[in-house]
Design a protein. Structure first.
Length: 630
């Protein structure tokens, strides 16, 4: 709605509900986040609404019929009111009453609600309420009685600006006409701290009647309700589901949704989806009496949707309200589209199906996962995914929103079985999906994903293999190719993410592949091996070699174990000699040597060795140690 005139008028709106003030709970401001969306069950979405049946032309016609026809350059009264003694209620002309009622019923029609009628028996009371506000020059539901006003006039006026049994009271200041005030009540954009009580009053599903009074710049409106409402939808929203005219929503107005019995709000969570991106709503305000929630748009979304002081025609926002309960199920979603249009200048809607989906491909990305990709459909708003396998008939699997989102991962595919997929583009028209075709179907057989970060490192005479954990597998099969072999062959099977090959060939490259596997119905389904790795084990020096002299002509030798060896050969150089000679062979990492002379230095070297096909391969011994006994 064009709102330039509001900038030069002070507008204040206060709302009351039948018999009691609104009970309002304000939730702390939520953090604006893109892409956050609570997890919900796919089959628990409530999205049908009567307003989705409205076409752009329907709304354009209704808007045209709601426009004011009375000539407001002339007096609006059939009898003039007076805000000073002697006070007079006055009466509005039929043309003014018709414009006001048309505006109210047009807005109610936009929301999917019944029309109401003027309650003639209360029109004088409402007119007295407007005169009372003018006389006291105060916008309030609790006016003070002017000393020169009769008790009867004041009592009637006080009832009109307040609320009573079976009706709500609404008062406003600053509108040029009564019809403008009705639109202002629906916007409720100057009463943001208290939510949208006026809007909920105007759009009460239980309403059947209205009365109103006007004495510039004040007005009073009463909405009459019955406990037996004629509503038929599970919820009522503003802006409403389907096409919504930009002329009837201020850019500063909160959005709102009212739930009808038996539905209730749980933890407040409203997500707005625009062009494939999700935005969390802000500034939640709950109206207990109406069971309604109002909320604001984050600035990034709002700025994308508006142009100056108006929403942009042609923009589509999907509203998803999470954590809704029907008394037994606590995880329902209410979801509906808001498709902005201009009621003054409606555009012709292209109802042709979107361009077909092409280049559809399927690739296994895990034990139960298949990733689908396809080319973008130029006029699609999203894509519908269908699947069939040996356990399941052809049927709906999922949906992605946004024409630029061209991939989908099915995480419930049947393992080691062909899963067939169809990808249909769709576009939203008046809240309904028009579905296009596809070039061809695709299929894939999911198997365990390949292991990542596979590494082979020489570990002495062995090779140490490591890799990252793969989800949803039972273990890993290791294949090896030795230097003199022409192909990989089975080596071992493990459940962890590492293995030490103690039979690797020394001084040459050994090649390895890791295959994750999953046991399905007694059969091992083997995954992929992304790449091979290799390492060359060698026999090098033992580490931490020590010699410590002891009493009684003994010397203690020790060293660290050398991975993958069969044992160690110890050499000794005696005092007054020039060469090392064989001392002993051992599989331990130390021994006590008994020498012939005390207080003389003895020198030692230790060589690791490994037996390969009956041949001993010996490592090096760069370092030596020495000690003397006592």
């Amino acid at each position: 709605m064009k709102t330039a005139w509001k900038r030069i008028l002070f507008l204040a709106l206060c709302g009351m509900l039948s018999l009691s003030a609104a009970q309002i709970n304000t939730r702390a401001m939520e953090t604006e986040t893109q892409g956050s969306q609570p997890a919900q069950r796919e089959n628990q979405v409530l999205s049908n609404h009567s307003t989705l049946n409205y076409s752009q032309q329907d709304i354009a016609n209704a808007y045209k019929n709601s426009l004011k026809t009375f000539d407001y350059l002339q007096s609006i009264y059939s009898s003039a009111p007076s805000a000073q003694s002697p006070y007079k209620a006055g009466a509005l002309k039929d043309g003014v009453k018709k414009d006001t009622l048309n505006q109210l019923n047009y807005l109610r029609w936009l929301a999917g609600l019944n029309s109401v009628t003027i309650q003639d028996q209360y029109m004088e009371r409402s007119q007295k309420g407007a005169v009372l506000l003018k006389a006291t020059d105060t916008l309030t539901h609790y006016p003070t009685k002017p000393s020169d006003m009769s008790d009867e006039f004041f009592k009637e006026g006080e009832a009109a600006v307040g609320a009573g049994y079976g009706y709500s009271g609404n008062v406003a200041y600053g509108y040029r006409t009564m019809a403008d005030a009705i639109q202002g009540y629906a916007d409720d954009d100057y009463n943001v701290n208290a939510g949208v009580g006026h809007r909920l009053s105007m759009l009460d599903p239980n309403a059947y009647g209205v009365s109103f009074g006007f004495m510039a710049p004040y007005n009073a409106v009463s909405i009459y309700t019955s406990s037996k409402g004629s509503y038929s939808d599970a919820f009522y929203a503003w802006p409403s589901a389907g096409y919504f005219p930009i002329e009837n929503l201020s850019v500063d107005a909160p959005w709102s949704i009212q739930l009808m019995s038996p539905y209730q709000f749980g933890k407040y969570s409203v997500v707005l989806t625009y062009k494939g991106n999700n935005y969390n709503a802000l500034n939640y305000v709950y109206h207990d009496y109406y069971n309604a929630l109002s909320f604001a748009l984050p600035d990034t979304l709002k700025n994308a949707l508006i142009d100056g002081d108006s929403y942009k025609s042609g923009e589509l926002v999907t509203v998803s309200v999470y954590n809704v309960s029907n008394g037994s199920d606590q995880s329902l979603i209410i979801q509906y589209p808001v498709n902005f249009m201009s009621a003054k200048n409606p555009v012709t809607v292209n109802t042709n199906p979107p361009e077909m989906t092409t280049n559809i491909k399927a690739q296994s990305v895990g034990t139960t996962s298949v990733k689908l990709t396809w080319n973008r459909s130029t006029d699609a708003d999203g894509y519908l995914i269908y699947r069939q396998n040996s356990d399941q008939k052809y049927g709906y699997r999922g949906m992605v929103r946004g024409r630029d989102t061209t991939s989908y991962t099915d995480t419930t595919a049947k393992t080691d079985d062909f899963n067939y997929y169809w990808v249909f583009p769709y576009k939203e028209v008046n809240g309904k999906k028009i579905v296009g075709g596809f070039e061809k179907y695709t299929y894939s057989k999911p198997v365990p994903a390949s292991a990542k970060n596979v590494r082979a490192v020489a570990n002495g005479a062995s090779v140490r293999l490591t890799w990252s954990k793969v989800d949803n597998v039972d273990g890993y099969i290791i294949y090896r190719q030795l230097p003199n072999e022409t192909k990989m062959s089975y080596l071992y099977r493990v459940t962890g993410t590492g293995f030490i090959d103690t039979t690797a060939q020394l001084n040459d490259f050994n090649f390895y592949r890791i295959y994750p596997y999953k046991n399905v119905n007694g059969k091992n389904v083997i995954g992929l091996s992304e790449k091979h790795v290799y390492a060359k084990p060698t026999l090098t020096n033992v580490t931490n070699l020590k010699a410590v002299g002891q009493t009684y002509r003994r010397i203690q030798l020790s060293w660290n174990a050398h991975a993958g060896v069969d044992g160690y050969i110890v050499y000794r150089q005696d005092p007054n000699t020039n060469t090392f000679t064989y001392r002993l062979m051992t599989t331990s990492t130390g021994f006590i040597d008994t020498v012939s002379k005390a207080n003389e230095y003895y020198y030692y070297r230790v060589y690791p060795y490994k037996m390969v096909k009956g041949k001993m391969i010996t490592g090096t011994s760069v370092n030596y140690v020495y000690a003397k006994s006592k």
